[in-house]
Design a protein around this ligand. Sequence first.
Ligand SMILES: *Cc1c(COP(=O)(O)O)cnc(C)c1O
Length: 435
Amino acid sequence: MKYYSLTDNNNTASFSEAVIRGLAPDRGLYFPESTPRLDESFLADIATKSMVEIGVEVMRPFVGGTIPEVRLEKIVTDTLCFDFPVNKINDNTATLELFHGPTMAFKDVGARFMARCIGYFNEQSPKKVTVLVATSGDTGGAVASGFLGIEGTEVIILYPKGKVSHIQELQLTTNGNNIKAVEVDGVFDDCQEMVKSAFIDEDLKGKLNLTSANSINVARWLPQSLYFFFAYQQFQRMGIDKKLAFSVPSGNFGNICAGIVAKRLGLPISHFIASTNSNDTVPRYLQTQDYQPNPSKQTISNAMDVGNPSNFIRIQSLYGNDFDALKQDFSSYAYNDVETKLALAELHQKHNYVADPHGAVGYLGLQHFLANNPDHYGVFLETAHPIKFRDTVEETLGLTLEIPTQIQHILDKTPEKTSLSGYDAFKDYLLSQAV
Ligand SMILES: *Cc1c(COP(=O)(O)O)cnc(C)c1O
């Protein structure tokens, strides 16, 4: 399997090249040249398969021979070290919980898979890889945990000072080993800008082998299609045979795009709902056919505060840039913070389910779709554990959340971080790491 750049289709790469580069040299996103359908018998027997069997079968063509089968199996096994349970909400609705991993957000799967792929490629040509990642909260923690102790890698996380939650900051700053945290005097966009500047800085070329762990990386993006298979497997076991609709709380639209890939591979998914907060660029686009990105707005579901979703171009490519074809399979609705809090309360009061604000947005989008399409069975993705948005959830529901063990063990650790301001200071910091 080759990957081509969405900026210039003539720029191609193998899986390993695409993973190590992150972006194509022309700054385009890499895209797989095909999405080969899985064997019918594989899907027919999916209820009997293990998660690792599913993982290897789905990822094999994308890895395209750049990782030997035995090693791929080990990478998938290490990646899938937790469960993805489906939880029934009512007769035609369920949630798929993606937050049982080490940092309690769905990004654990992509980060763990990518880290282990880089670890393998690095054994083949030993040259320390420096992974840069800018985070507004969840990504950094998942990447830190995913790369912790991976031979030949060093991770530098940039986060905006005072703009991540206490728990998120602890997840970024208490890892030690090959993980370093840099607190930037500024906002998320400043962190992102510093990462971009480092990538094009000629003075750093040759001194550092830089890569990015943001969701544009194919090794972070593609394994997310596995969740949809795990959900389908559970629906098979539960005997649910209605048409399936998935509502995905969306920010950069990587997760939902991976779901559409799963459909291309043969998974019978009837409809996708991209549920967003007030950052409504895609819902507006579906109404007007005019793509007008806005600056990002701050909301209580902050992992989706994205004004110009980078993966939407991949979704359009999957539909051959055909607007009508896209609309057949794909809807998108936006909700503000007041609506999100009401949904949190409704889920709790009516269904005895404690969601997080992102999951609540997913629930709202799903309710809207099911009201017009009652022949479907609907699933919304719960992308983070409510504890990660503790203040909002506790205040809205008037309860105290129990602290899960994954979070408990970091609470009494001491944060270690470097504080700096401006690109020049960051560059000096990077050069000091290049030994
Ligand atoms: C990253 C994230 C999202 C958005 O996922 P995309 O793939 O960027 O659309 C949603 N919810 C949570 C909790 C996240 O961390």
